[in-house]
Design a protein around this ligand. Structure first.
Ligand SMILES: [Zn+2]
Length: 270
């Protein structure tokens, strides 16, 4: 039982690395308005189409020592990083949904499979948005809107969380809308406002609060480090915020129940 569970998690990691490689390409193609599915992967410098042996996640990067086989320019470090992170998150989704006795999931097999596919889809959307905002400062509607729609459908088949999560989404949306209006759109973009709605829908209450707290905390720390390092001249230079929102949300998705229970016990509320 434990062994097969571990093996399945490893297979998910392996599959995830291929998706991670693809998501990095998707982020670039969304920015350039290229077709997401069509067209072979090519080196961004010499434009040479890559062969299958150049496209094996992690392994190709290691064998090629992080350089293009043809022009020997350094390959983007986003590739191995997004491959590893996607692999880890796919394995986390598997454990999160299928680990025996997980709260909030009905034991009906069809429901577990629906939950698994839903969270794989959501984590994938998160990774593409993360990459797109970090690299280009864009939160793509082409990823955000389908994620919102699929979340509403998932809540429809999982109705005990419907009202709470929709209210959480609207609450987060209003909070970010106020921030957006009061900072004159300089602090964050409208993309962050729309993203906040998705995060509330996915996480519900009180997890949305924890995720936003983690996002602002990590954002403040990284922002301060960048200013001290003089990578950014001042706070006025926009730092993409979606990566922090997504990081906070992913941590909360998998560990939120645990963290919130610890906080409640600490505060003497449990
Ligand atoms: Zn090249």
């Amino acid at each position: 039982m434990v062994l097969s569970f571990f093996l399945a998690g490893f297979i998910l990691f392996f599959i995830g690395t291929f998706f991670g490689s693809f998501f990095n390409v998707v982020a670039d193609r969304l920015k350039n308005g290229e077709s997401i599915i069509l067209g072979r992967s090519h080196c961004e410098y010499c434009k040479k189409e890559l062969e299958w042996e150049d496209l094996i996640p992690l392994i190709s990067f290691i064998i090629l020592k992080g350089r293009c086989r043809y022009c020997h320019k350094k390959l983007s470090f986003f590739y191995p990083v997004s491959e590893i992170i996607t692999g880890i998150l796919f394995a986390c989704v598997f454990v999160f949904v299928f680990y025996p006795g997980q709260a909030g999931f009905s034991d009906a097999p069809y429901f577990k499979i629906a939950s698994f596919l839903y969270y794989i889809f959501i984590v994938s959307s998160f990774i593409i948005i993360f990459l797109e905002d970090l690299k280009y400062g864009i939160i793509p509607d082409k990823v955000l809107f389908p994620a919102i729609l699929i979340s509403l459908i998932y809540l429809y088949i999982n109705p005990q969380f419907m009202i709470l999560n929709v209210i959480s989404g609207l609450g987060a949306f209003m909070f970010f809308l106020l921030l957006f209006v009061f900072t004159g759109g300089k602090g964050m973009g409208f993309g962050d406002v729309k993203l906040a709605f998705l995060l509330g829908l996915v996480l519900g209450f009180p997890k949305i609060l924890l995720s936003l707290y983690l996002a602002f905390l990590t954002g403040a720390i990284i922002g301060l480090i960048l200013i001290l390092w003089r990578k950014k001249a001042s706070i006025k230079d926009a730092i993409p915020f979606a990566p922090f929102l997504i990081t906070g949300s992913v941590i909360t998705l998998f560990l939120g129940d645990l963290i919130i229970t610890k906080i409640m016990v600490y505060l003497g509320l449990l």
